[in-house]
Design a protein around this ligand. Structure first.
Ligand code: DX5
Ligand code: ZN
Length: 214
């Protein structure tokens, strides 16, 4: 059964506790947490204090997506702040092996994110170290962008290379219109920001999406 990971980037930051509590009570499986440094991506979101504040509000998996240059500098602190999965970008590190191992050594699941321009074969020498492959279906930095259709093929291609233990996650422009297609292509985890939070009843939307995802 595929997992749904609503992205807090689209939540109401003035009522973040309320929104995390809603996710906790909902059928959401993971909580996706987007950290942006204003350098790797042209936007700044939030960091350690937010993660520390939401950690006590739910026991659901906190799926931390680091859109940060040289993320090895911060892995330990994000795991200490409560991350269960830490995803780093292939494009943001020089020694990808080392950083993935570092994440595991800290006790979290190691995620590797690929920008839309990065071909799937880049993971070929890394498959044993990747617990989660995060395929970006928009250029990272902002919520509410349009899904890049080439992603469906990328998900299919990834299945040939990956080891059985690796989860395939898709992030960006995911919603009711494409969630079933992504699961059929082989995605295990779908991130959804605007498609969940910018609706009248996010909790109900989560339930409907889960149903479509099968
Ligand atoms: C984009 C972030 C996404 C974002 C998705 O850079 O990594 O997680 O929150 O938002 P939507 O689902 O609105 O495209
Ligand atoms: Zn993300």
């Amino acid at each position: 059964m595929a997992l749904l990971a609503p992205s807090l980037l689209s939540a109401n930051f003035a009522h973040l506790g309320r929104d995390v509590d809603m996710l906790h009570r909902s059928q959401a499986d993971w909580v996706h947490v987007d950290v942006m440094d204003g350098s790797f991506v042209p936007n700044i979101s939030f960091g350690f204090p937010i993660l520390e504040s939401i950690r006590p509000l739910t026991n659901k998996c906190l799926d931390v997506h680091l859109m940060v240059d040289k993320p090895d500098r911060y892995v330990e602190r994000f795991v200490a702040a409560g991350a269960n999965v830490v995803s780093i970008h292939y494009e943001a590190c020089t020694h990808v092996h080392r950083v993935l191992q570092q994440i595991r050594d800290c006790g979290a699941k190691a995620g590797l994110a690929l920008n839309p321009h990065s071909p799937i074969h880049l993971i070929e020498e890394l498959t044993d170290l990747v617990d989660v492959l995060l395929i970006m279906s928009v250029n990272p930095g902002f919520g509410g962008q349009q899904f890049l259709p080439g992603t469906i093929d990328k998900v299919k291609k990834s299945k040939v290379l990956l080891q059985p233990h690796t989860l395939v996650e898709v992030d960006g422009g995911v919603g009711m219109h494409n969630c079933a297609q992504l699961v059929a292509a082989g995605a295990h985890v779908l991130v959804a920001g605007n498609a969940v939070f910018k609706t009248g009843d996010p909790m109900e939307t989560i339930a409907s999406m889960k149903q479509l995802m099968g």
